[in-house]
Write a protein that binds this ligand. Structure first.
Ligand code: CU
Length: 170
C-alpha cells in the first residue's frame, strides 16, 4: 500500500513536470502579454441606481469590465438598502418579459458584461427607506477571484427608452 502511494506521488510529479515544460514548436518568438499590470483587474464602471420609495423594489446597473487575463465570476450581491438583494436577469418567454435570480455570472478575460434596464440587474426587493435622486447608495458585489467589491452608485432617473419594471399598458 505504501509503495502504491509513493508511485502515485511520483506519477503526479512527472505530470506536473511535463505541464511546466513549455516549448515553442518552431522557434518563433513568443509575444508575451504583460501580466504584472493586467492580473485580476476587475472593474465596476458607470454604476447607477433607480430611485425608489420605501417598501418598493428598485435595481442597480453597471458594467463589469474584466481587464485581467483570468475569468472571474459574479457570485452574489448584498446591500443594507432592501430586505432582499439579488442578482437578476431578464428573459423573454414568448411575448412575456420576466426576470429571475441567477446563481453566477461569468466575466471572461477581456470581456465586459453589461447590467442594464431590460437585462441583467441587481434587484433590491423591499427598500427599507426612500432612495432619492442625487443620493449615492452602496451595494457590495462578491466575485470568485476579486472578492468583495464595494460599489457606490449614484441614484438617477432611467433613460426614456427603458421599459424594465414598468407596466406595459397597451
Ligand atoms: Cu429583477
Amino acid at each position: 500500500m505504501k509503495h502504491a502511494i509513493w508511485t502515485l506521488a511520483l506519477a503526479a510529479a512527472v505530470v506536473v513536470g511535463c505541464g511546466d515544460d513549455k516549448k515553442t514548436d518552431d522557434g518563433d518568438p513568443i509575444t508575451e502579454t504583460p501580466s504584472a499590470t493586467t492580473a485580476t483587474t476587475l472593474e465596476v464602471q458607470a454604476p447607477w441606481m433607480r430611485p425608489s420609495a420605501k417598501n418598493q423594489n428598485t435595481a442597480c446597473y453597471f458594467l463589469l469590465v474584466n481587464g485581467g487575463d483570468e475569468a472571474d465570476t459574479l457570485l452574489a450581491a448584498a446591500s443594507e438598502l432592501a430586505k432582499i438583494t439579488e442578482v437578476h436577469e431578464t428573459y423573454m418567454d414568448g411575448d412575456l418579459m420576466g426576470m429571475r435570480e441567477v446563481e453566477a455570472i461569468p466575466i471572461l478575460a477581456g470581456e465586459t458584461v453589461e447590467f442594464k434596464p431590460g437585462g441583467k440587474h441587481i434587484m433590491l426587493i423591499g427598500t427599507l427607506d426612500d432612495i432619492e435622486i442625487g443620493a449615492t447608495e452602496t451595494i457590495v458585489l462578491t466575485f470568485a477571484r476579486a472578492g468583495e467589491v464595494v460599489v457606490e452608485a449614484p441614484v438617477k432617473k432611467p433613460e426614456k427608452t427603458d421599459v424594465h419594471m414598468q407596466h406595459m399598458d397597451h
